[in-house]
Design a protein around this ligand. Structure first.
Ligand code: SF4
Ligand code: SF4
Length: 273
């Protein structure tokens, strides 16, 4: 199982674009002889919401989850630091969460696992659910996957809903947008190491970002209304979405966050991190 559009160059993938109304036959269940084969030989890039779901399920801090279950990687064509699920050293590059009888984190499995046997590619982020944007889907035709021989018809739209992908995509929308924007930059425009560190912290280390917001002078410098402060203090998803908005503002010089009068710009350089 490989992650979204970044694996499209792999020989096993047929990058035929399909839309939300495309119909296909597929069913995955413990009775298929290939059961769990797709959980070996994996290269799964984790999204910010994947990390939140998995670390909460495993009752770990984001820092602990990152250290135990992820590997750093640089995302092709963007120079951005991302993480992949760390595979076991069992010769099969198995996912750490796969067992004979299936996935032990199934309800909180990552976005890529939910999409499979589909992948998604975003050329530009759609503004809202009524616009098409430049997003399309494709099938990950791995030879071992026999689910296509089963008789159950789906549309791509129904599959996404059934697998809970639509919720993941909605929460990760700011992150996806940031990556797509960065990918559209000419290769000679580089991010500073400090910017990459901020991107990594906000994307993946939600506990550290919470500390950054509440235990530095962040709130003395930025105008953030009281209701938002209370919401992001209690709600990790709200904190993630707030973080993505702030990151977009900082990385792309957009005035989405007002500085308080007299506040120094040095926070943009990460002096408080
Ligand atoms: S998280 Fe679960 S579904 Fe995804 S690769 Fe691992 S075992 Fe398979
Ligand atoms: S049918 Fe495909 S998705 Fe289901 S277990 Fe087999 S390889 Fe994995």
């Amino acid at each position: 199982m490989n992650t979204s559009d970044d694996s499209m160059s792999e020989a096993s993938i047929q990058p035929v674009r399909v839309g939300l109304n495309h119909r296909f036959e597929f069913k995955c269940h413990p009775g298929v002889t290939c059961f769990t084969k797709c959980c070996r030989g994996i290269n799964i890039i984790l999204t910010p919401y994947d990390i939140i779901r998995l670390k909460d399920r495993l009752e770990l801090s984001s820092e602990e989850f990152l250290a135990l279950y992820t590997e750093p990687q640089i995302l092709e064509k963007t120079d951005l630091p991302v993480v992949t699920l760390k595979v076991l050293g069992d010769g099969d590059e198995s996912c750490p969460f796969v067992r004979e009888d299936g996935c032990i984190v199934y309800e909180d499995r990552p976005t890529t696992c939910r999409y499979y046997p589909l992948g998604v590619a975003s050329l530009s982020h759609k503004e809202n659910e009524n616009t098409d944007g430049e997003e399309f889907y494709f099938f990950v035709h791995e030879p071992h996957c026999l689910g296509f021989e089963e008789e159950k018809t789906w549309t791509v739209r129904d599959w996404r809903r059934d697998q809970g992908v639509d919720i993941h995509d909605e929460i990760n929308a700011g992150w996806t947008d940031l990556i797509v924007r960065k990918r559209s930059f000419p290769p000679n425009i580089k991010m500073t190491e400090q910017s990459k560190k901020l991107f990594f912290m906000v994307s993946y280390n939600v506990d550290k970002f919470r500390e950054f917001v509440f235990e530095s002078s962040f709130l003395d410098r930025y105008q953030v209304d009281k209701a938002t402060v209370e919401r992001i203090r209690e709600d990790e998803i709200a904190l993630l979405e707030f973080g993505m908005k702030w990151l977009t503002s900082v990385l792309f010089n957009q005035d989405m966050f007002q500085m308080k009068e007299g506040a120094e710009q040095s926070i943009k350089q990460g002096d408080d991190s």
